[in-house]
Design a protein around this ligand. Structure first.
Ligand code: SF4
Length: 370
């Protein structure tokens, strides 16, 4: 059995590795759907080399292609509020950060963003915001019904944080199809290091299981490159994904924001993050995995390249320009560089991929009301 080491990705910059045979054997087992042990995942994360990573990416791309061919699902991302009462030490819009540019989108601005997205062909709207008590469940139910009345077969995804089972149920009954709630870290110790005392590790996990029970397509996810994060912590993230079986998985690098309590930490790496994306694809072959915006911050065309490493979703931001710069959960968000859909289509076309504007449910999902 391999010793659980404290250092993660310690050999990733090497060209070749004496441990390659073992690393690739673990990758092959994952491809075959074998339940690999925590020790094996830690071994892989510790000893993977650059060349092994290329091998892993090819396998992840093959599996993604098996279920989704060359399609890249598009979601229209709308940010409705940068008020947040929570205490995430890494987040630039948390309640702990003093800012004078807080905003809330009103109903007509939201509907006009939805209309514009629908006009461009999007069939999934992702409504995201901080945990803002202004948006009560009553108000959200009203908004959701308005949107669903107008666009009955379009999908609505919410990303509005932790709620009670009853609140999630009411939103589901109103017509919400999917819910994104990153678990952030499946290691309790690490979770507690990056959150204030009001953020309860067990509560976050139970929210995710509540969402599954209710019948949402559920998105979990985590950050890579957090201070003190070990191979064992990242193994916990992958094992948690296996246990929860979310339909969507959002994995992004930790990126420093200079107004937060974690401003002196270093950001996560591109290669390391995409290794975790590829591993998530092997563990959950049918999952919808976005190429997150944060990947584009670390590397030119970082989002697009991730589409060949296991990711299969892009979420262009269609919020009004004034709001884009204010929803600054980390520094240097790529909002300013977002391409038009035509440009995006050309970029992914050059990679042999094609933009897919359909509802983009997870493979095998049957929607009751269609
Ligand atoms: S990560 Fe989400 S819940 Fe945490 S402070 Fe930022 S917006 Fe709020």
């Amino acid at each position: 059995m391999v010793k659980i080491v404290e250092k993660v990705f310690s050999k990733v910059m090497q060209k070749t590795s004496a441990y390659s045979n073992n690393v690739r054997a673990i990758v092959d087992q994952l491809v075959e759907g074998v339940n690999v042990s925590r020790e094996d995942i830690v071994y892989l994360l510790t000893y993977i080399s650059n060349d092994d990573a290329v091998y892993l990416f090819e396998k992840a791309n093959e599996i993604k292609t098996r279920f989704y061919q060359n399609r890249v699902f598009l979601r229209a991302l709308i940010e409705i509020s940068n008020y947040c009462t929570r205490e995430c030490y890494y987040c630039g819009i948390s309640g702990l950060v003093s800012r004078n540019d807080r905003f809330r989108m009103d109903r007509s601005t939201l509907m006009s963003s939805i209309d514009q997205a629908a006009f461009k062909g999007y069939q999934t709207f992702v409504i995201q915001g901080g945990e803002d008590p202004f948006f009560t469940t009553d108000l959200l139910v009203e908004y959701i019904k308005t949107i669903k009345d107008k666009y009955p077969t379009h999908r609505i995804t919410l990303s509005l944080g932790e709620k009670t089972y009853q609140e999630y149920q009411r939103l589901f009954d109103a017509g919400v199809d999917r819910y994104l709630l990153r678990h952030e870290s499946a290691s309790k110790k690490l979770y507690n290091e990056i959150h204030g005392p009001s953020m309860i590790f067990e509560k976050r996990r139970s929210c995710l299981f509540d969402l599954k029970r209710i019948g949402y397509q559920v998105g979990a996810g985590f950050m890579v490159g957090l201070p003190n994060q070990t191979a064992d912590d990242l193994a916990s993230d992958l094992l948690f994904l296996k246990e929860l079986e979310p339909e969507m998985v959002g994995i992004g690098p930790y990126i420093v924001h200079d107004k937060t309590l974690m401003k002196n930490a270093s950001s996560g790496g591109y290669l390391e993050t995409t290794i975790m994306v590829a591993l998530a694809r092997l563990i959950l072959p049918k999952a919808l995995i976005p190429a997150t915006t944060a990947l584009g911050v670390l590397e030119p065309l970082g989002r697009e390249k991730a589409l060949l490493r296991g990711a299969n979703v892009l979420m262009p931001n269609v919020s009004p320009k004034d709001n884009l710069v204010k929803y600054e959960i980390y520094k240097n968000k790529t909002y300013a560089k977002d391409q038009t859909l035509d440009e995006l289509g050309v970029r992914v076309g050059e990679m042999g991929l094609t933009l897919d504007f359909s509802q983009g449910d997870v493979y095998g999902w049957r929607q009751q009301n269609d």
